[in-house]
Design a binder for this molecule. Structure first.
Ligand SMILES: Cc1ncc(COP(=O)(O)O)c(C=O)c1O
Ligand SMILES: N[C@@H](CCCC[NH3+])C(=O)O
Length: 430
């Protein structure tokens, strides 16, 4: 997949030079490659081909409706965590009957909306939630399809803030309680239809072992629940990590590498490990990738405003801040940063790339060796397609950036940059 590469001295997204987009639409600017998203979907789909499966893309990673529409047209389903995400899926032409609804705090309005739209399944995360879904469904004279999320107490060996499958995490129901919870739901909740079992142990997993450990631990439970309650699916969640440290080739060679040599966890390795265990279950297998699908399909463009050479550091002050991309400060997220103009040589300088926000935590990179860039030049922050724009905010009353989807040589503005009027919309003097 050579969707982002240097060509004739410039960084391109597919056939579009990124500098032209930055100049035309301003920065900060998110740019996504449709071919990369499509490539990721088809690769994962092919690697799960032996299973009766459905890819439910985790909308939270990148919820732009043009991205969702791309995935819907490929036949994908969606894993949603709010009524808002379901609304987006429907606006994008996605099928509610291919949607699973995750999250520990679903509200009545959300449950009602999802029921009325006919989603595939609620993935319940507590017994109290199961009872509430049962109650709401009863009041509407409907039956609610449900699965229970199991917390397998497996260490995903990822960043502490994005691990979800340990007992101390708020997610799912403890492994040892699951069978009793299903039994009580079957006995006491007449408005529930028990459809499946779900798990999700964490995000940005770069090793197959925790996936395998969780699958092997949970499979006997799935078998038991299938025997007792006749479930039709098992969802193995998302979490496939991406390679944030892509290497740059010089010259015209494509440098976007996602192959086995540079990626610690390939989708092939993932599938080869888990598919043989899942196949004998004879169930529909759901998979909920977010980051894998869109992470390396997006970049954030930013312009160098000023340079400051201090006693301790060189700061490159850029026009994108933590409100535009919060991952570096929130999770020590490491994103490759490269100039849009291909560097003439290999000279690098150690700098902090910082934003305009009034917080010391407002940085995109610290103590990072990057090629020389001057004020007014542009940088691309790579692997920003997942949890980039979706976690952006208006902090410091900064308008949210625009988003562009590139398809071959066509670039479409799929979200306009906010104006200050947009930012203040709905605010009133007392
Ligand atoms: C229930 C659920 N499914 C899927 C995902 C997607 O995770 P990832 O983007 O790591 O694939 C998440 C987020 O971690 C999640 O909470
Ligand atoms: N937002 C996180 C991942 C959390 C996944 C959501 N459960 C990140 O950028 O890495």
């Amino acid at each position: 997949m050579h969707s982002f590469r240097y060509h004739q001295g410039q960084l391109f997204a597919e056939n579009v030079p990124l500098q032209s987009l930055a100049e035309k639409h301003g920065t900060p600017l998110y740019v996504y490659s449709k071919a990369t998203i499509t490539g990721h979907f088809t690769r994962l789909d092919a690697s799960l081909a032996r299973l009766n499966h459905l890819i439910c893309y985790a909308v939270k990673a990148n919820s732009n409706i043009a991205v969702l529409s791309t995935i819907a047209k490929l036949g994908g389903g969606f894993d949603i965590v709010s009524a808002g995400e379901l609304y987006r899926v429907i606006k994008a032409g996605g099928d509610p009957a291919k949607c699973t609804f995750a999250g520990v705090g679903k509200t009545r309005d959300e449950i009602e909306y999802a029921l009325k739209q006919g989603i595939y399944c609620f993935n319940a995360e507590s017994e109290a939630e199961l009872h509430y879904i049962n109650q709401v469904a009863g009041e509407l004279g409907m039956k609610a399809p449900v699965a229970v999320r199991v917390n397998p107490n497996v260490d995903a060996k990822t960043h502490a803030k994005i691990t979800t499958g340990k007992s101390e995490n708020k997610f799912g129901i403890d492994f040892d309680q699951i069978l009793d919870v299903y039994a009580r739901a079957a006995a006491n909740c007449p408005n529930l239809v028990i459809k499946g079992l779900q798990m999700h142990i964490g995000s940005q997993l770069t090793n197959v072992d925790p996936f395998l450990e969780a699958v092997q631990k949970v499979i006997p439970l799935v078998t038991e629940v299938k025997k007792k309650h006749g479930i039709e699916f098992f969802s193995i969640g998302g979490g496939i990590g991406i390679n944030y440290k892509q290497s740059l080739d010089s010259g015209d060679a494509a440098w976007w590498q996602e192959n086995a040599e540079v990626h610690p966890l390939t989708v092939q390795a993932y599938a080869e490990a888990v598919v043989p265990h899942l196949e004998p279950l004879g169930l529909r297998i759901l998979c909920e990738p977010g980051r894998f699908m869109v992470g390396n399909a997006g970049v954030m463009l930013t312009r160098v405003l000023y340079e400051k050479r201090g006693a301790a550091k060189v700061f490159k002050i850029v026009d994108a801040g933590m409100n535009d991309l919060i991952r570096p400060t929130l999770y020590e997220g490491w994103h490759q940063i490269v100039p849009l103009k291909q560097p003439a040589d290999a000279t690098v300088e150690k700098v902090d790339v910082v934003g305009p926000i009034c917080e010391s935590g407002d940085f995109l990179a610290q103590n990072r060796e990057i090629p020389l860039v001057k004020e007014g030049e542009y940088l691309a922050v790579l692997s920003a397609g997942a949890y980039g724009f979706t976690m952006a905010s208006n902090y410091n009353t900064r308008p949210m950036p625009a988003e562009i989807l590139v398809d071959g040589d066509k670039a479409t503005v799929v979200r306009e940059r906010q104006t200050l009027e947009d930012v203040l919309k709905g605010e009133h003097l007392a």
